[in-house]
Design a protein around this ligand. Sequence first.
Ligand code: NDP
Ligand code: GDR
Length: 343
Amino acid sequence: MERSASAVMKTALITGITGQDGSYLAEFLVSKGYRVFGMVRRTSSENLWRVHHLHDRIELVFGDLLDQNSLISALKQTEPDEVYNLAAQTFVPTSWNQPVLTGEFTGLGVTKMLEAVRFINPKIRFFQASSSEMFGSTGDFPQNEKTPFHPRSPYGAAKAYGHHMTVNYRESYGLFACSGILFNHESPRRGLEFVTRKISYGVGLIKHGIRRTLTLGNVDARRDWGYAPEYVEAMWMMLQQDSADDYVIATGETHSVREFVERALTRAGLSWEDHVEFDPRLVRPAEVDKLVGDASKAKQVLGWKPTTRFAELVDLMVDADMDQVQSEIESGEISRTRLTTVR
Ligand code: NDP
Ligand code: GDR
């Protein structure tokens, strides 16, 4: 691929650019003057809605985490200074259904990308999107970079492997490889199956009279929820340091799913009694009861801190989904298919 005329312009390759974080990171890096490449896998129908608005500012290359040569070829084509490895099978319940595939995407995929970096250009700076799910049922609160892992799902176990491989490639080969231990982060671009978006979109459907109920599993689980655009900035900050390291990225606050639902319903003027139902099929084989992160290292070293707090996050997601549902009604886009996906 032809290189830009500008000698100072940095180039980044983002895997998972079609996902929530990939789209925000692409926006952020474009705003910083980067040449941004996104790696996408071949799909039979178009899947680029989160990055449509960037179509003339980003470039796409084909590749799949399962295919080692496609990663090597993506690096050869794009010659990046920085690689952000955001691609993964990210939905925890699916990881019990498809544990092997999750291990291959979310775990081994990291090693495949690290190997590609080492082989093509070991000077490339590498970011791995690790997860608070690695802490699982640890009894230590709040969780920091030194807290032991006890993952409670095939997803969490695969992420722990990817994290350790990132650390190992740094220590064994001197790669500039960073692992961001990211606590839950949300936005109006979150997939509809994750609980926050399921709630905000569900509330939008109820408010517009399309649905009557919101069906949920364990509403006592507690999470540390932040705002996704702020988390992608932390990823970039990690790769701008003099040396590579690992950082917890979190708000330091924990709230239950129940609190999230209550705030969302209140925002829309709806009540729990009329609209929330429990479905035992949504309860997981093993739950992570409580997560709360300590991001003081990121604050001290990177100068990163979260600004959007819980109530503001819920409100902005509910407001966005009220508008989203309204525009889907107007355009006729609300279809039976779309409604089944949010059950
Ligand atoms: P999403 O589920 O929104 O996006 C996942 C991305 O991975 C999609 O672009 C998807 O592509 C891509 N992908 C999946 N499998 C493959 C594959 N085999 N080859 C190439 N691409 C693939 O995730 P998020 O944006 O929310 O998360 C980004 C990263 O951060 C993930 O690694 C996630 O595990 C991690 N993380 C996220 C947290 C969060 O709260 N959001 C918290 C902690 C970690 P396609 O569109 O084709 O499916
Ligand atoms: P999580 O996110 O598993 O933390 O993983 P999710 O939003 O799926 O679940 C959060 C908590 O809500 C409870 N819950 C429900 N969850 C879903 N999805 N649907 C429901 O109906 C429901 N009812 C209750 C869950 O049991 C859980 O306790 C996310 C993903 O983005 C991972 O990729 C990422 O690594 C972690 O966050 C940090």
